[in-house]
Design a protein around this ligand. Structure first.
Ligand code: NAD
Length: 422
């Protein structure tokens, strides 16, 4: 039985994730037991651990690793460092990873992790000690055949290098395949850094084709200017799209003639934000979402397009580089307005796809070139996009519902085939 959108608290990612799952489960007529298995998830570890701070004090941190499903392969999903991280958010993000790996049809389950902290207040040395201790705490759960972390909000290739090194110390030998998104020098994959955005841009290209729109004439706004957002803005402008606005947690930059994305990156590296860059007007995150652009790319946090502002979204395409940026009530409004939403579990699936390539290269001890990687990513992304679009058209449902039908369907089928142990 599906729950009405009005009964859920949309500020809670887990309620949103369960609502989205319930809709797909009803459509797929999943049997009650299977539904409970997939609703509940598989394994959850909460750890409280001390970290020696630079000033000589000791501080306690709380972190999580959740494996939602391992039916289709090892758990896979990023590690987030953010003050809002809690068990429910990690549960939601882990479930989204299961469905995403299902949509992309790569042989991974879904997992996610996080530490509740404000990384902006920690020195590099404190971040390293926190990362290493957290890795030690979750080491029994992770591994190249068990569960493979990757970067997420406020973690990056350096974080992955520390995790890989700590895990390797734990094992007594180098284990490159325990994480993806590593630096190239220690087993990272070419193309991984920009993979989430690259996949998203391939999905935008297919959306334009589907809608008969011309990329060259078009405009875009991108919320978030980190890994997903910066590369999305860069790749869109390289493709000829006029990127008129970008933002980060401190504010945004707007120029109706188009922004110089590289100059903004340099400005942010110096000033810590894109706001205030030469030749741009300041814009708030809320205003950016309501700009009259062809493509809006949310690439920051959950719950940005809601029942309160969806009616004012004027983009024709919303391509969700972020996880969970649109709430279910916003989805209804956008669908009624004819906005074409490419949902997160499809639009940002490029990240986990190239993570899969990195893991395969680590396992096989060989390396592919960047052109091969992007060509393989393009073909997986394009296939997934059209599989979802075909379901959306055949069943007359929004792209998100179609993606859930595909992703949840594949995970449910794997679980059904494997059966219930013992
Ligand atoms: P990141 O840490 O590299 O960048 C996050 C960006 O969001 C920063 O520019 C930050 O200033 C901005 N931000 C934070 N809070 C904000 C707010 N309230 N309003 C506006 N901007 C805000 O993180 P990322 O890896 O780019 O992740 C961004 C989103 O993409 C997340 O939802 C993440 O789960 C999703 N995602 C990332 C990957 C990946 O490979 N990194 C893969 C799939 C999905």
């Amino acid at each position: 039985m599906s729950i009405s959108v009005r009964q859920i608290d949309e500020t809670k990612p887990l309620e949103v994730a369960l609502h989205q799952f319930d809709q797909a489960a009803s459509f797929l007529k999943l049997q009650e037991g299977l539904r409970q298995v997939l609703r509940t998830g598989h394994r959850e570890l909460t750890v409280h651990f001390p970290v020696a701070m630079d000033d000589g004090s000791t501080r306690m941190f709380t972190g999580y690793r959740v494996q939602h499903s391992i039916s289709r392969g090892p758990g896979k999903g990023g590690i987030r460092y953010h003050p809002n991280v809690d068990l429910d958010e990690v549960r939601a993000l882990a479930a989204w990873m299961s469905w995403k790996c299902g949509v992309m049809n790569i042989p991974f389950g879904g997992a996610k992790g996080g530490v509740q902290c404000n990384p902006k207040e920690l020195s590099l040395a404190e971040l390293e000690r926190m990362t290493r201790r957290f890795t030690w705490e979750i080491a029994p759960l992770i591994g190249p055949d068990q569960d493979i972390p990757a970067p997420d909000v406020y973690t990056n290739a350096q974080t992955m290098a520390w995790i890989m090194d700590t895990y390797s110390m734990f094992k007594g030998h180098t284990v490159t395949g325990v994480v993806t998104g590593k630096p190239i020098e220690i087993g990272g994959s070419l193309g991984r850094e920009s993979a989430t955005a690259q996949g998203c841009v391939y999905a935008v290209r297919e959306s334009f084709r589907h809608m008969g729109m011309d990329l060259e004439e078009s405009t875009a706004a991108v919320q978030g200017f980190g890994n997903a957002g910066y590369h999305a803005a860069r790749l869109l402008s390289e493709m000829g799209v006029r990127v008129v606005a970008v933002s980060d947690s401190s504010g945004g930059a707007f120029n109706s003639e188009g922004l110089d994305v590289q100059a903004l990156k340099e400005w942010k590296a110096e000033m810590g934000t894109v706001a205030g860059a030469a030749g741009t007007d300041e814009i708030t995150n809320a205003e950016l979402l309501e700009l009259p652009v062809d493509v809006l790319v949310p690439a920051a946090m959950e719950g940005q397009i809601t029942g309160h502002n969806a009616d004012r979204v004027r983009a024709r395409i919303v391509a969700e580089a972020a996880n969970g940026p649109t709430t279910p009530s916003a989805d209804e409004i956008l669908y009624d307005k004819g906005v074409f939403v490419v949902p997160d579990i499809l639009a940002n699936g490029g990240g986990v796809t190239v993570s899969y390539f990195e893991w395969v290269q680590n396992t096989q001890k060989l390396f592919w070139n960047e052109a091969d990687i992007n060509q393989k990513l393009d073909s997986i992304m394009t296939r997934a996009f059209h599989e979802v679009l075909d379901i959306a058209q055949k069943e007359r449902v929004p792209m998100r519902t179609a993606a859930y039908i595909l992703g949840v369907g594949r995970v449910a089928n794997a679980k059904k085939l494997r059966g219930v142990f013992p």
